[in-house]
Design a protein around this ligand. Structure first.
Ligand code: 0O2
Length: 221
């Protein structure tokens, strides 16, 4: 009986992960349409690159344990909203808000939550726009809403966040104070860079289409 229960649980969890792969596919299609249409209409591509991941079973279980949730598929599905994750990197701050707007104004996209860490950075200096979106995935049983965490940030924010993540990992969360301080200062330098690059861009391209867009390299999602 216990073995049968375990099998069902395992089957349900792998189905859950599969649904989250599907929601990523749905959202990547939407993002790629927006990107191509922007390029076609405005000769401007607001997106630099996109990466996506589905949480590994191990890190999902770790999070379930950390949050002290029961191993119940419905609880996990509703409580853990970042099983699917997409990270979009843009050149400029204005682009991050623009991309978020374009995505969230679509009829079949429901906004569960938005956290604006660009306007309100975390104390360590972390900046990014986070949106928990719910999108229908069309399964054999019919449309099924599935959530995905979309993080949108500039190249400078992404550079900072990936280094900070590596440093945290290296020190297993116990980062020496001196490094923490240095990191918070570099976050400010990254913000200055963003502001200055945006000003420079506005000065050079004031109202004029970006003709370099068509020369971009292809990127992988
Ligand atoms: P991974 O491996 O990237 O998925 P929760 O999602 O419940 O754990 P919270 O605070 O409600 O936590 O969510 P929040 O603030 O929206 O942040 C979730 C994700 O944002 C993290 O996912 C990171 O990807 C990123 N993030 C948030 N804060 C920081 C930060 O200070 N530095 C860096 N580098 N990234 C951050 P995970 O699950 O932690 O990791």
């Amino acid at each position: 009986d216990q073995v049968a229960n375990l099998r069902t649980l395992r089957h349900d969890f792998s189905h859950l992960l599969m649904r989250h792969r599907f929601v990523i596919d749905e959202l990547l299609t939407k993002i790629s349409i927006l990107r191509e249409e922007s390029e076609h209409t405005h000769s401007y591509n607001p997106i630099e690159h996109i990466v996506s991941r589905v949480k590994s079973p191990r890190s999902l279980l770790e999070k379930v344990n950390r949050r002290q949730l029961p191993l119940d598929i419905d609880v996990v599905r509703t409580e853990i909203t970042d099983i699917a994750g997409i990270r979009i990197t843009c050149s400029f701050i204005a682009d991050t808000y623009h991309v978020l707007d374009m995505l969230t104004s679509q009829d079949d996209v429901r906004v569960v939550e938005i956290k604006d860490y660009i306007a309100n950075p975390k104390p360590n200096g972390y900046k990014s726009l986070h949106a928990i979106l719910e999108v229908p995935v069309f399964l054999r049983s019919g449309p099924t809403p599935v959530t995905c965490e979309v993080q949108i940030r500039t190249i400078a924010m992404d550079f900072w966040a990936s280094l900070e993540h590596k440093i945290n990992y290296k020190f297993a969360g116990e980062v020496p104070d001196r490094l923490l301080e240095e990191l918070t200062q570099t976050a400010e330098v990254a913000s200055q860079l963003d502001r200055r690059m945006e000003q420079l861009h506005a000065e050079v391209h004031d109202g004029e289409p970006d003709s370099s867009a068509s020369e971009d390299f292809d990127e992988e999602a």
